[in-house]
Design a protein around this ligand. Structure first.
Ligand code: BGC
Length: 807
């Protein structure tokens, strides 16, 4: 142990006091031994340091910081070095605000397009997400502080995120849901990992020995700190044993007492606490070195804004360019329509919300852009219903224009933490506007702002489609520069855009509605499914256009990697993202048709040719064998594909690879869906054969009294009349708030009340309520009103008395 001497000077109580926060954002300190507290702040695309009222829902304001494009946006750049640079800027701002741990990046897989937090994540591919995240982490940590990769793991739905039990087979867990984290840990060398709220196979991830010990520490050699997601602690002692050093936010010491008791009772060895504390102290000491000398308390706001613009420029994706409507022709008369042109949609809602230092706005920028702009019309109300008057005014303006720029997108309330989207549509009133505009002017370019995939039954009505994603505080300028051709777009999608929501592989298995969510589609998420099952999509993974064209030639493959040439065959400079996919030709072990194993971004002048090499690595041919319980390589011929997207393969070759001779882990007859990749309708028996165990009951057990980990929503069938009444009142207020247009407050109710487990009342209230008081609440819920009420009052008095005695 590095800090043995220091730890030996502490009492048991003192040691335990470090295991949970001092307040909402800070860790415990100890003047006597010279230990300062550490500040943790969100993340991930800007700093959200709250100076005053603290919350983890993005409600109260934070100190201004640069709002960079969100992860789903930067993902489209496929540029690891750019990610690293973003990390350096984030790290610099974190240092200026005296933040020790920046709570990001978030790298959960985009299992389903409706996950409300997809805008905060990179990709549907673990290799891609892991590489980008590792770049961010290296950048952030180069400033002397710590990144915090989150949410570990399988946190792929927002609703019921604090209670849902994810049922996933071990191979899929390793290959799809953990590989990104593995890269973040091994290549990014993150110093902090945040465990997720959910359970994995019946055990909270934060207490999960398999996840936190066997995989994270023993296999990956992780030596840093694991922090809970805010309020995500369930059993503090079980979490300590699994290697969770820090519970956040504070529980006013309540859970520290659990640790002390477990040690005194001999249930836990004091060495376990010492080891956890040793790692936590290391994080505290190493991330405060930067603050000991003179450090920069300010950053160059203008330069950071400028860099945010550059990041957006590299991340914008051109999805359609019929008749080369883009870049805009000089002197063409341009009409701008759509609420988002005036009031940009540039980030998502929830704990990641940044208070930007500046905010670009298209209408303002148009004045100085050189574009022949003839006017603006709002066209639709962001949160409103169809307005014929607004449509009429927009059409009148469109008639006068050569080209219409239509700014569409999702609103802030639709893409939010704690909630999933209910469909993949762009709001109806925007589509109605587009229909009307198309009748008066067919030259429409849509500028889209949203952080996740939407469906586009309207795509034939537009000639140009520029997807800015959520491009941060300088995104408006970046988009304009793409429209005018000052910037040649080079972004490519890091997620598939299906034609219909029902085409998505997890359509039938998302979200988990009561106890659990079953990942029956296994590893066939995103393009892995569409390619294998041969399902048409709107835009494939890896897709994006440019104002120039690229030719691929001369592929050469050997055991170390693949080399090929790319030529810019157009007449402007541009950047191309070449993608390496690998597919096994053996049919012994089921696999997706192809999987991403590398990529390169190359900048080329007109006519220029460059030779590109993408090296193979330890992940190129491996698969996780559930019989040997380790990574293996199957002896086989592998196809090497070089593509401009997952669906646009330009070069192919084959390589024979020696295997590790592991036994075949599956019986083909038992897993027909998985061997064919047609996994839309996997039966229970087949899923159990894949899992190697029974699937637990997925529905609530109405006969059992409600407990700590049941959710407030379950009050609907509680024994206590009061609880059932409270449930109806919550439901009614949600419905009513939505009806009167207060969707954000309605969402808040769903997120922070409806889906909250009862234990959250004690874990998230900073000590206002403790677990014994919660026992009283549960008595009331379960039908013992008076007894419960008395218990609450008694326990509250006890708590207040003991606090008084301590103070
Ligand atoms: C989110 C985390 C965030 C934390 C602190 C939680 O609700 O899931 O991503 O870092 O709050 O704000």
């Amino acid at each position: 142990m590095k800090y043995k001497d220091l730890i030996e000077k502490m009492t048991l109580e003192e040691k335990a006091s470090f295991m949970s926060g001092k307040d909402f954002w800070q860790t415990q300190d100890m003047e006597r031994l010279g230990i300062n507290s550490m500040f943790l702040a969100d993340g991930p695309h800007g700093i959200r340091k709250q100076a005053e009222a603290a919350d983890h829902l993005g409600l109260n304001e934070s100190i201004p910081a640069t709002c960079f494009p969100t992860a789903s946006t930067v993902a489209n750049s496929w540029d690891v070095e750019l990610g690293e640079k973003v990390g350096r800027y984030l790290g610099e701002e974190a240092v200026a605000q005296k933040v020790n741990v920046l709570l990001g990046p978030g790298i959960n897989m985009k299992r389903n397009p409706l996950c409300g937090r997809n805008f905060e994540y990179f990709s549907e591919d673990p290799y891609h997400a892991g590489k980008l995240a590792a770049g961010y982490i290296r950048g952030i940590q180069s400033r002397g502080i710590s990144a915090c990769v989150k949410h570990f793991a399988v946190n792929n739905q927002e609703e019921r995120r604090m209670s849902i039990d994810t049922i996933v087979d071990e191979r899929t867990l390793r290959e799809i849901y953990l590989t990104g984290f593995e890269i973040a840990v091994k290549e990014g060398k993150t110093k902090t990992v945040m465990s997720s709220y959910n359970k994995l196979d019946g055990v909270y991830t934060n207490e999960n020995q398999h996840l936190l010990r066997e995989i994270l520490r023993d296999e990956w050699g992780y030596n840093g700190v694991v922090v809970t997601d805010w309020g995500g602690n369930n059993d503090r002692v079980a979490a300590l044993l699994a290697g969770n050093e820090l519970e956040m936010p504070t529980t006013a010491g309540e859970t520290n007492q659990d640790i002390i008791k477990a040690i005194k009772d001999g249930k836990v060895k004091e060495e376990v606490l010492d080891e956890n504390l040793d790692r936590l102290l290391d994080l505290i000491f190493t991330t405060e070195e930067v603050f000991q000398g003179s450090y920069k308390k300010e950053f160059d706001i203008k330069a950071h804004h400028q860099f945010a613009q550059q990041v957006a420029e590299e991340s914008i994706v051109l999805l359609k360019n019929e008749d080369n409507i883009l870049p805009l022709k000089k002197d063409a008369k341009i009409a701008t329509i759509g609420d988002f042109a005036k009031d940009p949609r540039y980030q998502g809602a929830g704990s990641s919300i940044v208070n930007p230092t500046e905010l670009d706005n298209t209408l303002e920028l148009l004045k100085a852009s050189g574009i022949h702009h003839i006017g603006y019309e709002q066209g639709f109300e962001r949160y409103g219903k169809k307005s014929q008057t607004k449509i009429d005014s927009a059409c009148a303006l469109a008639k006068e224009a050569d080209v219409v720029l239509l700014y569409m997108g999702l609103d802030e309330v639709t893409e939010a933490e704690g909630l999933d989207r209910s469909n993949m549509k762009v709001p109806e009133n925007q589509v109605e506007l587009l229909d009307a505009l198309h009748k008066v002017n067919p030259n429409i370019i849509v500028v889209l702002s949203c952080g996740s995939a939407v469906k586009m039954p309207w795509i034939d009505k537009v000639k140009g489609l520029v997807h800015g994603y959520l491009s941060g505080q300088a995104g408006a300028k970046a988009v304009l520069r793409v429209l005018t051709g000052e910037v040649n777009p080079s972004g490519k999608l890091a997620e598939t855009y299906p034609l219909h929501y029902k085409d998505t592989p997890s359509y039938r298995y998302f979200p988990g509605k009561e106890v659990s969510v079953e990942y029956r589609e296994s590893m066939f998420i995103g393009y892995r499914y569409y390619d294998t099952a041969k399902v048409d999509v709107l835009y494939p993974f890896g897709y994006g256009l440019s104002y120039t064209t690229f030719d691929y030639s001369d592929i050469q493959v050997n055991k170390d990697g693949v080399t090929f040439n790319i030529t810019n065959t157009g007449d402007v400079s541009g950047m191309e993202i070449a993608q390496l996919y690998v597919g096994s030709q053996s049919e012994q072990i089921f696999r997706p048709a192809k999987e991403l194993k590398g990529f390169a971004k190359i900048s080329l002048n007109p006519g220029e040719t460059k030779s590109v090499t993408i090296a193979f690595d330890d992940k190129t041919f491996r698969y996780f064998n559930v019989k040997t319980n380790q990574w293996e390589v199957e002896e086989a011929d592998y196809q090497i594909f070089i593509g401009a997207s997952s669906a646009d393969i330009r070069l192919t070759d084959t390589v024979s690879i020696e295997g590790t001779n592991a036994p075949i882990p599956y019986s083909k007859e038992q897993l027909p869906s998985y061997y064919s990749g047609k996994i839309k309708n996997v039966g229970k028996q087949e899923f159990e054969a894949l899992l190697g165990r029974e699937v637990p009951v997925a529905t609530w057990d109405h006969s059992k009294p409600l407990g700590y980990n049941d959710t407030i929503a379950q009050c609907q069938y509680a024994k206590g009349l009061f609880a059932r009444f409270a449930f109806q009142a919550i439901k009614f207020s949600h419905w009513f708030l939505k009806k009167i247009g207060k969707r954000d407050t309605a969402n808040l109710i769903m997120m922070s009340v409806y889906h909250m487990p009862f234990r959250g009342m004690a874990r998230m209230t900073g000590g206002i309520m403790n677990m014994p008081m919660l026992d009283g609440v549960l008595m009331i819920v379960n039908g013992h009103f008076l007894k419960g009420l008395k218990h609450v009052v008694k326990e509250r008095n006890k708590m207040l008395k003991s606090r008084k005695a301590i103070n």
